[in-house]
Design a protein. Sequence first.
Length: 328
Amino acid sequence: MPDPSDASREIRTARVPADAAGRRFDAVLAELFPEFSRSRLAEWIKAGQARLDGRTVRPRDPVHGGEAVALEIVLATQTDAAAEDIPLDVLYEDAAVFVLDKPAGLVVHPGAGNPAGTLVNALLHRDPALAVLPRAGIVHRLDKDTSGVMVVARTLPAHTALVAQLSARAVHRQYVAVVVGALVAGGTAEGPIDRHPRDRLRMAVREDGREAVTHYRLRERFRAHTALECRLETGRTHQIRVHMAHLKHPIVGDPLYGGPLKLPRGATPELLDALRGFRRQALHAEVLEFAHPLTGEPVRCSAPLPADMQQLLGALREDAAVRADAGR
């Protein structure tokens, strides 16, 4: 477990505005220190780390206006994961955030079966201060075998701001997926998602699930496959994978939702090899855009398609061209 004595401490001060008289202390504190979440501020109030004119007060106690507020910010170590020198492809970096291009095969969080060698271990090596942030600053995740863009907060205020943007659906997340079947049009998948009723490793579209919305449009159409551009409106576990499988167009190579391998009739040897050899879901987080947590300016980062997806698309294009020539 993290050692509670291993913590960073800082004192912030402010003064209660006169026009706040009669309001609850926790509500006023949230306005004075908007860079911290209400839940964390509530914890600090209850721990006696937020004082009003030197006094410990309850969250619901009213203020009178003009009082001095002292907030003791204590950030204890949140993870006991070890730092590991794992290379990271950093697309953007400043004092508040990292934006990374995560490779397929890299697990994001340590857990059962993956106690080390994860993105968290790599981040702690690059910036040890991330140890005091929830999940080492990670605010959203990609599945192990999904590649592409991720943002990581480097400070608690940045973490709070990015989580708020995600909750407000203000972060633009665009993916490329190669799916089975030649779609004729894009659309929107709106099936609610929750844990599969029998297989706990999988998610499923369920009437009693949480709202999930995926917008998709055609990027490139082949004989028996389609490259889609998918945009997440919500961020449920395995969302694009579940929605595409529910639409009967599973993602190529998906080990959980893809079903038996389907090979197009008359496919070129190169395409057959590419499909048989693609052992992960053909899903890539291509673009991430968000408001910078400090300046509010837009930050847009993109990650190029990894080599395995480029090779797969190349084989699909070549197969389509060969069949088109044969039909002339």
